[in-house]
Design a protein around this ligand. Structure first.
Ligand code: BG6
Length: 500
């Protein structure tokens, strides 16, 4: 994380979005651009070119962009003056990604924009398209000499999934590397842009009270959970080829694990931080068939009730096979085999159509010796440090105290820092931060190739050994905490998930 002197950094550029009419662009990218403008973070020398297949004029596209910003910006009232400024910088181009002449025209158009908006030849190419187009687009950009990185810079942002497994990820990376260097490739993991994930390193390394306890002497186990109430929505086709393991664990969950477990980096440079994260991925215990049987649980939601509404099961979703065995839930017990974490289980859990929408990292400390209070009060609760990632951002510590009164009655209480309450729940959104970082050339909050490679190796070992023989799906009701086997994963270790 580079500490930037923003007065000395030239942010001038054109943001070129491939997939300009897609959901991501409308829900996240255009609102993020408006939000950056609102926060004074966009330079005057800036423009956006959205590329899609639909036949739209600039005017029609701007009207759609306005609606998206109105609906999805974190600023509830649109400032018309700011919008007018942005509208004058948004352009739309229609062409098929396979059509070379489209890139030739795009190049000439971008050069005109450099004159009009003073964007100096700097480009961010954002691939918000299906993965099969990644290589094709970078190839075409190359053929048109649109990636030079001499006096000007050109950077590439790639959305997930980065490959479907290790070998497809390797092929894709090789292809992209022919055009963009690793330094100029920004692989999005939007969890890294979430405020509390950025706070995690600060919590650990800017305080003297936590780090001395952050090891196997004091920590009993760590739980990293990310549950969603939504189902697969309109992404059944993609999800059938992915499942929760590839959709969430390969990227977001392993990223949360690395940031929670890594050693202090030698400085805050992106390389130093990434080096430490990779060491954690390399220290993950080997996945054996026994481990797959005993420590990894798969689930799939059946019908159920969420927010008082009946919802259908996964197998009934659009573009999902009625006999699908794709997992919509996964829970794993992992060990990080290094000096700090030997013996401490990391329990990871993620699922769709669960009871609540919540992402949390919970550090459970070891219990006090069974003398004094712990002897008398069988139910004495352990200390928990909870990092609330979403929807409630914050950190709280659960500890025991005496209930006021004459008897010695012990109750757990919270010391609670609610970030969402203190900062009016209007903290910058992940995409805002991430786009801004790309303009600055800071890739700390993006996934490096090495991280991608190690996490695919890990996930491939699991998915290649998963047989279907004994699996009976669906095995959890929509609106629940997942399959009972996920609870057993902890109860057999005399532990429990903390559904806080
Ligand atoms: C995406 C997954 O990466 O993350 C989705 O593809 C999932 O399936 C989403 O719903 C969750 O993100 P968030 O920010 O809502 O927790």
């Amino acid at each position: 994380m580079v500490i930037l002197d923003l007065n000395n950094i030239d942010l001038s550029c054109v943001l070129v979005i491939f997939g300009g009419t897609g959901d991501l662009t409308h829900r996240k990218l255009l609102p993020a651009i408006y939000n950056l403008k609102h926060s004074g973070k966009l330079p005057d020398s800036f423009a956006v070119v959205s590329i899609g297949r639909k036949d739209l004029t600039d005017e029609a596209y701007r009207e759609q962009a306005y609606e998206s910003i109105k609906n999805f910006s974190r600023f509830k009232e649109i400032d018309e003056r700011l919008w007018q400024d942005i509208a004058g910088r948004i352009y739309y181009k229609r062409f098929e990604f396979e059509d070379s002449s489209g890139y030739e025209n795009l190049k000439a158009f971008l050069e005109q924009l450099d004159v009009k908006h003073n964007s100096k030849g700097n480009r961010i190419f954002y691939l918000a398209v299906a993965p099969e187009y990644f290589g094709l687009i970078t190839d075409e950009l190359n053929k048109q000499n649109m990636v030079v990185n001499g006096d000007s810079w050109q950077r590439l942002i790639i959305e997930k999934p980065f490959g479907r497994n290790l070998s497809s990820a390797q092929k894709l990376n090789k292809k992209i590397k022919e055009v963009f260097s690793e330094d100029n490739t920004y692989r999005i993991d939007h969890y890294l842009g979430k405020e509390m994930i950025q706070s995690l390193m600060v919590l650990r390394f800017a305080n003297s009270i936590f780090e001395p306890l952050w090891n196997n002497k004091y920590i009993d186990n760590i739980q990293i959970s990310s549950s969603e109430t939504v189902g697969v929505e309109n992404r059944g086709g993609y999800y059938e080829t992915s499942g929760a393991l590839k959709d969430m664990v390969q990227n977001h969950m392993l990223q949360l694990l690395t940031l929670t477990a890594m050693e202090p980096p030698i400085n805050l440079n992106s390389k130093s931080i990434r080096d430490e994260k990779i060491k954690i991925l390399r220290s993950l215990e080997e996945i054996t068939p026994k481990k797959i049987r005993e420590d990894i649980v798969r689930g799939q939601y059946g019908e159920g009730i969420i927010n008082n509404k009946n919802v259908i099961g996964y197998r009934q979703e659009d573009r999902v096979s009625p006999s699908s065995n794709t997992e919509t839930f996964v829970a794993l017990k992992l060990h990080v085999d290094n000096f700090r974490w030997a013996g401490v289980p990391f329990y990871i859990r993620t699922g769709k159509r669960m009871k609540t929408k919540s992402t949390e990292i919970i550090i459970q400390f070891k219990s006090v010796p069974k003398v004094l209070y712990a002897k008398e009060y069988e139910t004495l609760k352990p200390n928990l440090l909870v990092i609330g990632v979403q929807p409630r951002e914050g950190i709280y510590l659960k500890f025991n105290t005496k209930r006021p009164g004459t008897e010695n009655f012990i109750i757990p209480v919270d010391m609670d820092f609610c970030q969402t309450c203190q900062f009016e729940s209007n903290t910058p959104e992940a995409y805002e931060r991430l786009i801004f970082d790309v303009m600055n050339g800071d890739n700390t909050l993006f996934t490096s190739w090495d991280e991608v490679e190690y996490s695919w190796k890990f996930v491939d070992t699991i998915s290649s050994q998963w047989g279907d023989s004994k699996l009976v799906l669906p095995n959890y009701e929509a609106g629940s905490y997942g399959p009972v086997e996920a609870n057993e994963l902890l109860t057999k270790d005399s532990r429990q998930w903390w559904n806080l």
